[in-house]
Write a protein that binds this ligand. Structure first.
Ligand code: HEC
Ligand code: HEC
Ligand code: HEC
Ligand code: HEC
Ligand code: HEC
Ligand code: HEC
Ligand code: HEC
Ligand code: HEC
Ligand code: HEC
Length: 339
C-alpha cells in the first residue's frame, strides 16, 4: 500500500457512493480499476484462500448499498444490506435454497451466514468449517460415534448423503430409499433373478442403520462375519427378526422349511451344528442373486477360493451342483435316497 491512507479512504468512499448514484460526491471518479484501490482500509476482507467472487472483484457495493451518509465519516449507517445480510441478500444473485419440500433449519430461517463466510474463508464454498466439523458446530458429535461407522461418516462427508440446504426427500437426503445408496454403491449388487423382498422394496434400512451401528457392516442386529458359526438363534438374530426361527430347529419337519428332502430338514443338516454350522451366507446372498431363492452363484467359505454353485428349483424341491461334485437333488414329496 503506497498511497497515503487519507487518499485511499476518499477514493473508497467515492466509489461506493458514486456507484450508488449519490449526487453530492465531489471527488473525481478514479481512473484505476475499482479492484486496485477500492476499500483499501479493509484489505482483510479479500485475503483468505477462498474469496467470494463479488468480494474478490471489489464489488463491495453490490451488497453494501450506500445511503446518503458519508463513509467513513459515519461508521454506522453509511451502507445498508438487503434483508440485513440474511437470505434475501443472497437471493439477489443466487437461486433460492428454500423452495423444496424439506428445508434445513438454518436455511429456512435465512441464516446463511451460520455456515458461510460472506467475504472469505479458509474452506471451499466459503464454509466456516470443513467437512463434518461444520455440521458438528450445531449437531452433537457424540450422537454419531459408532463402533462401526459408515465410511463416509468417518471421512466427514455428511454431504455425500445430505444436501446442506434442502431436498424433496426427508432429512434433506439426496435420494429416497435405495436410490440414496446407489449414488455410491454398485446397483448390480441388488438385482437378479431373485431379489430379497426388503431389498426390492428399497428398504435397506430394515437391516442396515445408515450412520453406523455396533455391528460390522452397519447391521442392525448380530450376523456372523465368518462363514461358519455354532448354531445359536442369537447368531442369526438379523434373519430371525423377520423369518420364523423354527427353520433349522428340528431334524424332521413337514412345514418349517421347503429346504427338505421328504421330512428331512436340510437347513437343519447344514446349519444346526454346535461348532461348524454353516452361516446363511454360505448359500444365500442377503441382497439378490442370479439364481432362485437368493442362492449365491459362488459358495464362499473355502479360503479365497469361491466354488461355483448351480441351483435349479423345481416344483417339489431342487438340485444343486457344487463345483465338480455330482448333482444333489432334494424332493419334498418323493424323497431322494442318498447313498
Ligand atoms: C456478497 C455480499 C457482500 C459483498 C460483495 C461484500 N460484503 Fe461486506 N458484508 C456483507 C454482509 C452480509 C456483512 C454482515 C455480516 C457479517 O458481519 O459477516 C458484511 C459486513 C462487512 C463489514 C462489517 C463487519 C465486518 O465483518 O467487519 C465490513 C467492514 C465489510 N463488510 C466490508 C466489505 C468490503 C470492503 C467489501 C469489498 C471488498 C465487502 N464488504 C463486500 C456482505 C458483503
Ligand atoms: C452481488 C451478487 C451476490 C450476492 C448478493 C451473493 N453472492 Fe454468492 N456468489 C456470487 C457470485 C458471482 C459467485 C460465483 C459464481 C457462482 O459460484 O455462482 C458466488 C458464489 C457463492 C458461493 C460458492 C463459492 C464457490 O466456491 O463455489 C457461495 C457459497 C455463496 N456465493 C454464498 C453466498 C451467500 C451465503 C450469500 C448471501 C449472504 C451470497 N452468496 C450473496 C454473487 C453473489
Ligand atoms: C447448514 C450449513 C449451511 C447453511 C445454513 C447454508 N449453506 Fe450453503 N452450503 C453449505 C455447504 C456444506 C455447501 C457445500 C455443498 C457441497 O459440498 O456440495 C454449500 C454450498 C453453497 C453454494 C454453492 C453450491 C450451490 O449449492 O450452489 C451456495 C451458492 C450456497 N451454499 C448458498 C447458500 C445460501 C444462499 C444460504 C442461505 C439461504 C446457504 N447457502 C445456507 C452449507 C450451508
Ligand atoms: C447453524 C446450525 C446448524 C448447522 C451448522 C447444521 N445444522 Fe442441521 N439442523 C439445524 C437445525 C436448527 C435443524 C432443525 C432441528 C429440528 O427441526 O429439530 C437441523 C436439522 C437437520 C437435519 C434434519 C433433522 C430432522 O429431524 O428433520 C439434518 C439431516 C441435518 N440437520 C443435517 C445437517 C448436516 C449434514 C450438516 C452439515 C452439513 C448440518 N446439519 C449443519 C442446525 C444446523
Ligand atoms: C450414507 C448416507 C449418510 C451420511 C454419509 C450421513 N447421513 Fe445423516 N442420515 C442418513 C439417513 C438415511 C437418515 C435418515 C434416518 C436414519 O436412517 O437414521 C439420516 C438422518 C440424519 C439426521 C436426522 C435424524 C437423526 O439421526 O438425528 C441428522 C441430524 C443427520 N442425518 C446428520 C448427519 C451428519 C451430521 C452427518 C455427517 C457426520 C451425516 N448425517 C451423514 C444418511 C446419511
Ligand atoms: C456418499 C457415498 C455413499 C452413500 C450414499 C452410501 N454409502 Fe455405503 N459406503 C460408502 C463407502 C465409501 C463405503 C466403504 C467402501 C465400500 O464398502 O464400498 C461404504 C460401505 C458400506 C457398507 C459396508 C460397511 C462395512 O463396514 O464394510 C454398507 C453395509 C453400506 N455402505 C450400506 C449403505 C447403505 C444401506 C446406503 C444407503 C442408505 C449407503 N451405504 C449409501 C459410501 C456410501
Ligand atoms: C435382509 C437384510 C439386508 C437388507 C434388506 C440389505 N442388506 Fe446389505 N447386507 C446384509 C448383510 C447380512 C450383509 C453382510 C454380508 C456379509 O457379511 O458378507 C450386507 C452387506 C452389505 C454391504 C457390504 C458388502 C460388502 O461386500 O462388504 C453393502 C454395501 C450393503 N449391504 C448395502 C445394502 C443396500 C444398499 C441395501 C438396500 C438396497 C441393503 N444392503 C439391504 C443384509 C441386508
Ligand atoms: C426385514 C425383514 C427381513 C429380514 C431381516 C430378512 N428377510 Fe429374508 N425375506 C423377507 C421377506 C418379506 C421375504 C419374502 C417372503 C418370504 O419368503 O418369507 C424373504 C424371503 C427370503 C428368502 C426366500 C427368497 C426367495 O427368492 O424366495 C430367503 C432365502 C431369505 N429371505 C433369507 C434371509 C436371510 C439369510 C436373512 C438374514 C441375512 C433374511 N432373509 C433376513 C424379509 C426379511
Ligand atoms: C446349504 C445351503 C443353505 C444354507 C446354509 C441356508 N439355506 Fe436357506 N435355503 C436354501 C435352499 C436351497 C432354499 C430353497 C428351498 C426351496 O424352496 O426348495 C432355502 C430357503 C430359505 C428360505 C425360504 C423359506 C424356506 O425355508 O423354504 C429362507 C427364509 C431361508 N432359506 C433362510 C435361511 C437362513 C436364515 C439361513 C441361516 C440360518 C439359511 N437359510 C441357510 C439353502 C440354504
Amino acid at each position: 500500500m503506497n498511497a497515503p491512507m487519507g487518499k485511499i479512504i476518499s477514493l473508497c468512499t467515492a466509489l461506493l457512493l458514486g456507484a450508488a448514484g449519490v449526487a453530492f460526491v465531489s471527488w473525481e471518479r478514479p481512473a484505476q480499476a475499482a479492484g486496485e484501490m477500492n476499500c483499501g482500509c479493509h484489505p482483510q476482507k479479500v485475503s483468505g484462500p477462498y474469496v467470494h467472487q463479488p468480494v474478490k472483484a471489489f464489488e463491495c457495493e453490490s451488497c453494501h448499498k450506500a445511503t446518503d451518509q458519508r463513509h467513513p465519516k459515519v461508521k454506522k449507517g453509511a451502507f445498508t444490506l438487503t434483508d440485513n445480510g440474511k437470505a434475501g441478500l443472497c437471493n439477489e444473485c443466487h437461486e433460492r435454497k428454500d423452495n423444496k419440500k424439506f428445508v434445513h433449519g438454518p436455511v429456512g430461517s435465512g441464516d446463511c451466514l451460520e455456515c458461510h463466510d460472506i467475504h472469505q474463508s479458509n474452506n471451499k464454498f466459503q464454509l466456516k468449517e470443513p467437512g463434518s466439523a461444520l455440521c458438528f458446530s450445531c449437531h452433537e458429535k457424540a450422537k454419531f460415534d459408532r463402533k462401526y461407522p459408515h465410511p463416509p461418516i468417518a471421512e466427514g462427508k455428511c454431504t455425500g448423503c445430505h444436501d446442506p440446504h434442502q431436498s424433496d426427500f426427508k432429512y434433506m437426503l439426496k435420494g429416497g430409499g435405495s436410490q440414496l445408496c446407489v449414488l455410491c454403491h454398485d446397483p448390480s449388487m441388488f438385482k437378479g433373478a431373485s431379489e430379497h423382498a426388503p431389498v426390492a422394496a428399497g428398504e435397506c434400512d430394515s437391516c442396515h442403520a445408515t450412520h453406523g451401528t455396533q455391528y460390522p457392516k452397519l447391521l442392525r442386529r448380530y450376523f456372523p462375519e465368518e462363514f461358519y458359526a455354532p448354531f445359536d438363534k442369537g447368531n442369526f438374530a438379523l434373519c430371525f427378526g423377520c423369518h420364523a426361527p423354527g427353520l433349522a430347529d428340528d431334524q424332521r419337519t413337514g412345514a418349517d422349511t421347503n429346504f427338505r428332502n421328504g421330512m428331512f430338514n436340510l437347513h437343519f443338516l447344514h446349519v444346526n451344528k454346535p461348532d461348524k454350522g454353516r452361516s446363511c451366507k454360505v448359500c444365500h446372498d442377503p441382497h439378490a442373486s442370479s439364481q432362485q431363492r437368493l442362492i449365491s452363484s459362488k459358495v464362499s467359505g473355502f479360503g479365497r477360493w469361491r466354488i461355483p454353485i448351480r441351483y435349479t428349483k423345481t416344483e417339489v424341491g431342487g438340485t444343486c451342483v457344487v463345483g465338480c461334485h455330482k448333482p444333489k437333488t432334494y424332493d419334498r414329496n418323493d424323497p431322494v435316497v442318498y447313498r
